[in-house]
Design a protein around this ligand. Structure first.
Ligand SMILES: CC(=O)N[C@H]1[C@@H](OP(=O)(O)OP(=O)(O)OC[C@H]2O[C@@H](n3ccc(=O)[nH]c3=O)[C@H](O)[C@@H]2O)O[C@H](CO)[C@@H](O)[C@@H]1O
Ligand SMILES: C=C(OP(=O)(O)O)C(=O)O
Length: 443
């Protein structure tokens, strides 16, 4: 079993380079299936487990995908297969993003129901509402969702009940090849939507308004392969900014886009942490004294839910009591129980977590319950007394390229190890472990 082992107490310094955004590359790869002509070339692709998963889904659907050196070539000119089974969809909910492109291009898609996950039930009713409004017949049964349309989808006005990122992406992809104009109201405004729309337009689509709450898509008859660069990952950047801040460090986050990070930067400055814009990225300079703040997660440009767990780790070391309110997902506090193992004092009251900044964090055996929870535990481990051992790393690998290696390069005492059953930690304190001659890392 693999674990990340962190020994707290080192200040981070130096610079770290940010990868392409996971949440941008997944819809972009799915969108490549809209091209009935030519090959797409996608640059700045991060080497993540989720990227390998979506590539497998596309290959299963008879699309050619070649991935090497952060570049993906996709050719979808062959006859597409239109059914994606559960074994693919269960690994990653974003696999459902193939539904819009398949429906628009071939008029049929049958995708296994993605199911719930650790952070909430995550329904897809808004995606389906959009497809139905465009003329698709949607049926749900035997664990799958099937959507069909005779001829082309038809443009229409669609109002989302909530600015869902995935529904916005699925609907704009489908509407790109629909007949006539689609107007999407209350659309998600995340930077990843803008990146996707840029790619679709390069493929021949006619989309305007991406990044606002009203997106207009003039359907076209055909799309073709195009070249596209994935934007930097604002969530990865934010994770390293928080890691730098919690350790009282001084770190340059290279390629971070300051505009996309405004909600986090505003909160960090409110806490008294210095964030400076530099020509190549964002620098975070911190000392051990930063103030408690209240944070509410919201759709973009609000504070991102994908940085909520990492922010909670930071607030565990802030002066005073902070309140985090999670409004995007109904169950995204799984990390709280793990923080408590590290001696944190956090109370949950409905959708809010009340965080006491005065506790002494202690290293412990903890579990990454989801992707960002995993990153947050690593961050807490950077300042905890003793060793923190984090397991279930497959969650972290979905969204971070070499998290432990990049933090080590910044000066953290951290390593990723493969621990055999025989070496599993024994249940003794670090002090007792060392007096018994047990390596404290495994005590
Ligand atoms: C691959 C990807 O880009 N993932 C991101 C995307 O997920 P994802 O696209 O799944 O997130 P959504 O914006 O769709 O979901 C936000 C909220 O809307 C609800 N909802 C969504 C769709 C729907 O049809 N009905 C419905 O009720 C969800 O249950 C959730 O409570 O945006 C989330 C919110 O910023 C991020 O946390 C994820 O990292
Ligand atoms: C929740 C996340 O991703 P996904 O939607 O792919 O589960 C995330 O990136 O934090």
């Amino acid at each position: 079993m693999e674990k990340i082992i962190v020994h707290g107490g080192k200040r981070l310094s130096g610079s770290v380079k940010i990868e392409g955004a996971k949440n941008a590359v997944l819809p972009v790869i799915a969108a490549s299936m809209l091209a009935s002509e030519g090959t797409s070339k996608i640059y700045n692709v991060p080497e993540l487990a989720d990227v390998y998963t979506i590539n497998e889904v596309l290959r299963y659907l008879n699309t050619s995908v070649n991935y090497s050196k952060k570049t993906i070539m996709v050719n979808a000119m062959a006859e597409l297969f239109t059914e994606a089974p559960f074994e693919y969809v269960r690994k990653m909910r974003a696999s459902f993003l193939v539904m819009g492109p398949l429906l628009a291009r071939v008029g049929h898609a049958k995708i296994a129901l993605p199911g719930g996950c650790a952070i909430g039930s995550r329904p897809i009713d808004q995606h389906l509402k959009g497809f139905e409004a465009m003329g698709a017949k949607v049926t749900i049964g035997n664990g799958s969702i099937e959507a069909k349309v005779d001829g082309r989808l038809k443009g229409t006005v669609i109002y989302l009940d909530f600015p869902s990122v995935g529904a916005t992406e699925n609907i704009i992809m489908a509407a790109s090849l629909a007949e006539g104009e689609t107007v999407l109201e209350n659309a998600a405004r995340e930077p990843e939507i803008v990146n996707l729309a840029q790619y679709l337009n390069a493929m021949g689509a006619k989309i305007s308004g991406a990044g606002s709450g009203r997106i207009i898509i003039e359907g076209v008859e055909k799309m073709h392969g195009a070249e596209h660069t994935i934007l930097p990952d604002r969530i990865e950047a934010g994770t390293y900014m928080i890691a730098a801040a919690i350790t009282g460090g001084n770190v340059l986050i290279e390629d971070a886009d300051i505009e996309d990070l405004r909600p986090l930067i505003a909160k960090m400055r409110e806490m008294g942490i210095t964030v400076e814009e530099e020509s190549v990225g964002v620098r975070v300079i911190s000392n051990d004294h930063f103030q408690a703040v209240d944070v509410k997660t919201m759709p973009h440009p609000g504070f991102p839910t994908d940085l909520q767990a990492q922010m909670m780790a930071l607030l565990l070391k802030a002066q005073g009591t902070s309140v985090i309110t999670e409004t995007v997902f109904e169950n995204r506090f799984m990390h709280v129980e793990e923080f408590r193992r590290m001696n944190a004092t956090i109370k949950i009251d409905g959708r809010s977590a009340i965080i006491d900044g005065s506790c002494d964090l202690q290293g412990a055996e903890v579990t990454a319950t989801d992707l960002r929870a995993g990153a947050a535990l690593v961050i807490a481990g950077l300042v905890a007394k003793g060793y923190t051992r984090i397991s279930r790393l497959h969650h972290i690998d979905r969204g971070y390229v070499d998290l432990a290696g990049k933090l080590r390069a910044l000066g953290a005492d951290i390593e990723r190890v493969n621990i055999s059953e025989a070496e599993q930690p024994v249940a003794v304190s670090e002090e007792l472990g060392s007096s018994l001659g047990i390596n404290p890392k495994f005590a």
